[in-house]
Ligand binder design. Structure first.
Ligand SMILES: NC(=O)c1ccc[n+]([C@@H]2O[C@H](COP(=O)([O-])OP(=O)(O)OC[C@H]3O[C@@H](n4cnc5c(N)ncnc54)[C@H](OP(=O)(O)O)[C@@H]3O)[C@@H](O)[C@H]2O)c1
Length: 229
């Protein structure tokens, strides 16, 4: 039976939580769930023997050493899903230093440092970065998302640059630019908006992609959206 060690960052709610539940249904997998809210993850995943939870704050200065501590308990990492995200919805002129800084800390710097810290445990692996349609070149843009969407665009760019440096390795990195999915993040940012896709349905796509797509692609930035263009 296929057995993988899978790390999901941003696992306490929304799409990340749904992904952990899907991976955990295969008892051969070992799933490592990371987020700030440890209690929430422990409640959500108590029923799964193959899920281990750790508290991790991507915006913390000691992110590297925290990831290194987590990785000492792992022999290998086969899949890393950089799913945690921070969204600020505010007109450009009202954005504070903290608003801009926090989007970049979680969506870019945290992802890069987490990846650096977990890489020594990867031999043949698939890293999936979760970006947004807002960060996908040529997509429809929304007012108020300049801090969030530019940081997600940086995540797309990181995917290409990492892939160039690691092209001779067996470590594949790809980036999924998600369209709207019904989660607390979406509800908080756009109250009342109803997304065409549930968190569970979006998680289903990402889980299948993470388990299989590295056979065919590396360094790709893929829109996953029902909207046009
Ligand atoms: N939902 C959508 O419509 C949509 C569309 C496009 C892209 N996306 C992207 O898809 C991903 C998942 O979105 P979602 O809607 O499921 O979001 P969500 O419901 O807000 O969940 C985000 C997850 O990230 C974690 N997180 C946030 N800040 C963190 C930090 N500083 N350190 C560690 N973990 C942190 C949260 O856990 P804690 O608070 O416990 O830390 C939570 O588990 C995000 O990257 C988002 O940008 C979502």
């Amino acid at each position: 039976m296929m057995s993988k060690t899978i790390v999901v960052v941003g696992a306490s709610r929304g799409i990340g939580r749904a992904m952990v539940e899907l991976f955990a249904q295969n008892p051969a997998h070992r799933v490592i769930a990371l987020a700030r809210n440890l209690e929430k993850m422990n409640d959500a995943f108590a029923k799964y023997e193959n899920v281990t939870t750790f508290r991790l704050d991507l915006a913390a200065a000691n992110i590297r050493s925290e990831c290194e501590k987590i990785s000492t308990s792992l022999d290998t990492i086969d899949i890393l899903i950089n799913n945690a995200g921070k969204l600020v919805n505010k007109p450009f002129l009202e954005l504070t230093h903290e608003d801009i800084q926090s989007c970049y800390a979680v969506n870019v710097v945290g992802v890069m440092e987490t990846t650096q810290a977990f890489l020594p445990k990867m031999k043949k692996a698939h890293i999936v970065n979760i970006s947004s349609m807002g960060g996908f070149q040529g997509s429809v843009k929304f007012a108020g998302l300049s801090a969030y969407s530019t940081s997600k665009a940086a995540l797309c760019s990181f995917t290409e640059l990492f892939s160039e440096e690691f092209k001779d390795s067996e470590i594949a990195m790809n980036c999924l630019c998600l369209g709207a999915a019904q989660t607390e993040m979406l509800e908080e940012a756009f109250p009342g908006y109803i997304a065409p896709v549930s968190a569970e349905k979006m998680a289903e796509y990402i889980v299948n992609f993470a388990l299989t797509a590295d056979q065919w692609m590396k360094g790709k930035i893929i829109p996953v959206s029902l909207s046009t263009p």
